[in-house]
Design a protein around this ligand. Structure first.
Ligand code: C2E
Ligand code: MG
Ligand code: MG
Ligand code: MG
Length: 272
């Protein structure tokens, strides 16, 4: 490659790169103000028993209503919030909201809250103390709270994470492994971490339901062999649901049963 080509290449992408850096900067500024501006909202998606479809719980899912850009999905802003160090107050707020709503409304059932990687590694706040405080402030019985974690949170500092998980379980809350099957060594994690529940990722439910229902059943049986409860995620169609029932799953979640919605009147209390 000649120098000229290299420079041409550079010139071609420069405006685009500049735009994306600017977009990120402005999103960063907005994200720091979002909490104070009351732009966050917690949506709730039902989790149902299989095959009765009775609601047994809900998952709390964070929404950001940006005043100009509209709704920004959590997959877009949560990694940024972690990077710029604002995930902790946001997470604390979601947790407080979810616990308060669940405590006030028995029909919420079990309430699942997603944890972020930063909450495990933070030196500023102790996750166990934070969960303890949220339970005490809301009066929610610990048995109704489930914390969801993903594989990527388990990659670093395994011993510290393991100790935290055991301490959390000591409080009486349960731990779920989210998006099971999407990572590198899911099976390994099942043997090493004390999960109460495994949530089989929707990519598995979608492809296996029609292509390989035997594997769908085997996944369920594998988790059950480790004495873990199993939830099928992302069930969208009756056909997928039939496969989930036939594979012996006891709980399911997905658009078929209900989308994440602002279901319960929230408790107004902006994050610090
Ligand atoms: P997740 O914890 O795996 O949550 C499930 C995601 O799947 C949600 O996306 C939900 O809307 C979506 N979903 C549920 N049923 C279906 C279905 O039938 N079909 C399809 N296609 N999708 C379905 P959402 O709300 O966009 O959240 C994305 C991710 O962002 C979550 O994945 C979670 O990892 C993260 N997240 C959401 N809220 C929070 C939060 O408060 N804190 C942290 N740390 N992460 C959060
Ligand atoms: Mg989740
Ligand atoms: Mg998931
Ligand atoms: Mg996910």
């Amino acid at each position: 490659r000649t120098k000229d080509e290299g420079r041409g290449h550079y010139r071609l992408f420069e405006p685009q790169m500049k735009a994306s850096v600017q977009r990120r900067r402005s999103l960063e500024v907005d994200l720091r103000r979002a909490a104070a501006n009351g732009e966050f909202e917690v949506y709730y998606q039902p989790v149902v028993a299989v095959p009765t479809r009775q609601v047994v719980g809900h998952e709390a899912l964070l929404r950001w209503h940006h005043p100009v850009r509209g709704r920004i999905p959590p997959d877009h802003f949560i990694p940024l919030a972690e990077e710029i160090g604002v995930i902790e107050p946001i997470s604390e707020w979601v947790l407080a909201q979810a616990c308060a709503v669940a405590a006030a409304r028995p029909e919420v059932g079990r309430i699942a809250v997603n944890l972020s990687a930063g909450q495990f590694t933070s030196r500023r706040t102790n996750l166990v103390q934070q969960i303890c405080a949220a339970l005490a402030a809301s009066g929610l019985p610990p048995g109704r709270l489930e914390l969801e974690i993903t594989e990527t949170m388990l990659l670093k500092d395994t011993d510290a994470v393991l100790a935290t998980l055991h301490a959390l379980k000591g409080l009486g809350v349960s731990i779920a492994m989210d998006d099971f099957g999407t990572g590198f060594s899911s099976l390994d994690y099942l043997t090493r971490f004390p999960f109460d529940r495994v949530k089989v990722d929707r990519s598995f439910i979608h492809t296996l339901a029609h292509e390989n229902p035997l594997v769908l059943r085997a996944l369920n049986e594998l988790c059950r062999a480790f004495s873990m409860h199993v939830t099928a995620e992302g069930v969208e169609t009756e056909q997928q649901y039939r496969a989930v029932i036939a594979s012996g799953y006891t709980e399911a979640q997905g658009f078929l049963f209900g989308r994440p919605e602002p279901r319960f009147s929230s408790v107004p209390r902006p994050p610090r």
